[in-house]
Design a protein around this ligand. Structure first.
Ligand SMILES: Cc1ncc(COP(=O)(O)O)c(C=O)c1O
Length: 393
């Protein structure tokens, strides 16, 4: 029997601490609350809503898919959008094959399974270890969490998936210490660490990781769940580094806010995967795949990406000014429309003050305020957001 509760939301499991406003509508880069207050969104639903709110292309794709009547068939049957989306992704990346799932953590779980399957074929069951990095974030499921070096997230849930080693970004010797041909299946790294404080990984280090992977016959996995699909001003963050992976995971912006993730793989890896090796009921369903096709086609336009870079350059310059003007701004870093503002104080307090003044921000660690507006944000909204940010600081 349940007892009556006044606020229906009390029935939600308490794993989140949502802020006060209840959002009921959105347009462009603005969310509108139940009480009619407007909030400029510099979070994009944590780097998800790349096309902002109320995008016409996205809405048309979803509507058309709904009107077909086929939202889901399972992967027992073929549907057109998944194939078209996989084809688009392979035409626009290093990859030859794609596996669809439903979130970022699931994409990383899939990548780890594919890596183990591939590695076992060449090195047997002992070749199953993963090397990950301090500051990285790969998700909350057991495998992804095992590769996410955050003791406060991991400790209550041990034992996690075994066989994960951590190294520091830039510490090649540390990587070599834990890498071996007999044991290592893959190295996973975010080309730009999002949750870990918006930290760029030097391209030269990625090239060194690539070389280690060749030496010990392991796969290089890029987690582009947060930074993929235009966020950094190129379609994939790795493009700016010149170092391609063997697998890449993507999720957040992929289906414009509908739940979808994907693993992009080379044929070399795909050759090791057999029917039944991995599966998920909802993966690549026609509704989400249709939405994702609309999102990918928009973001993939060279002019769209050029706009992200132009706005990113403006943000970089504004943040540079802020850093010079304010002693409490310790560092500013990022690319495209993902930036971190490291401050000497508590980033959560800045986020709270910004919320009070109508700007949505989020943190990336205790001292970093994260800026991740929709990629479609207008110059006027960017300008207004920066004025609100400066006051909140
Ligand atoms: C880089 C990265 N990988 C994986 C994840 C997990 O994604 P999801 O929350 O969709 O499981 C996140 C989420 O923030 C992320 O930033």
């Amino acid at each position: 029997m349940t007892t009556a509760i006044s606020d229906p939301a009390q029935a939600l499991l308490g794993v989140y601490r949502p802020a006060e406003p209840m959002f009921v509508a959105g347009e462009g880069s603005t969310l509108i609350s139940e009480s009619g207050d407007r909030y400029l969104d510099f979070t994009s639903g944590i780097a998800v809503n790349a096309l902002g709110y109320g995008d016409a292309d996205f809405a048309a794709a979803v509507r058309e898919s709904l009107e077909s009547g086929v939202v889901h068939t399972s992967n027992l049957f073929r549907t057109r959008p998944a194939g078209e989306l996989a084809h688009w992704l392979t035409e626009h990346s290093f990859a030859d094959r794609v596996f669809f799932c439903n979130s970022g953590a699931e994409a990383n779980e899939g990548a780890f399974k594919f890596a183990r399957r591939w590695a076992a074929e060449i090195g047997g069951g002992g070749k199953h270890e993963i090397i990950a990095f301090h500051g990285g974030f790969h998700g909350r499921t057991f495998g992804a969490l095992a590769a996410t070096d955050r003791p406060h997230l991991q400790d209550p849930f041990r034992p996690l998936m075994p066989g994960v080693h951590f190294a520091a970004i830039g510490d090649l010797d540390g990587v070599r210490e834990v890498a071996s041909a007999a044991a290592t299946a893959a190295i996973i790294v975010e080309p730009l660490q999002g949750e870990g404080g918006v930290q760029q990984v030097p391209p030269a280090f990625l090239a060194e990781l690539r070389a280690v992977c060749e030496e010990v016959d392991a796969l290089l996995i890029y987690d582009e769940v947060q930074v993929g699909l235009g966020r950094t001003g190129t379609l994939w963050a790795y493009e700016a580094t010149g170092v391609a992976p063997d697998m890449l995971t993507v999720a957040k912006p992929l289906a414009g806010g509908l739940p979808m993730g994907a693993v992009l793989l080379t044929e070399r890896v795909a050759q090791a995967i057999r029917p039944g090796d991995h599966a998920t009921t909802f993966g690549g369903g026609p509704l989400v795949a249709s939405a994702a096709l609309a999102v990918c086609r928009r973001i993939g336009e060279p002019a769209f990406l050029a706009e992200v870079r132009r706005k990113g350059a403006w943000v970089e310059q504004r943040l540079g000014t802020l850093r010079h003007e304010r002693a409490d701004v310790v560092d500013t870093r990022g690319a495209g429309l993902l930036w971190g503002v490291e401050i000497s104080g508590d980033a959560g307090a800045v986020v709270a003050r910004a919320l009070d003044s109508g700007l949505l921000l989020c943190t990336a660690g205790a001292n970093v305020v994260r800026i991740a507006p929709p990629l479609t944000i207008s110059d006027e909204d960017l300008e207004q957001g920066f004025q609100l940010l400066a006051s909140a600081l």
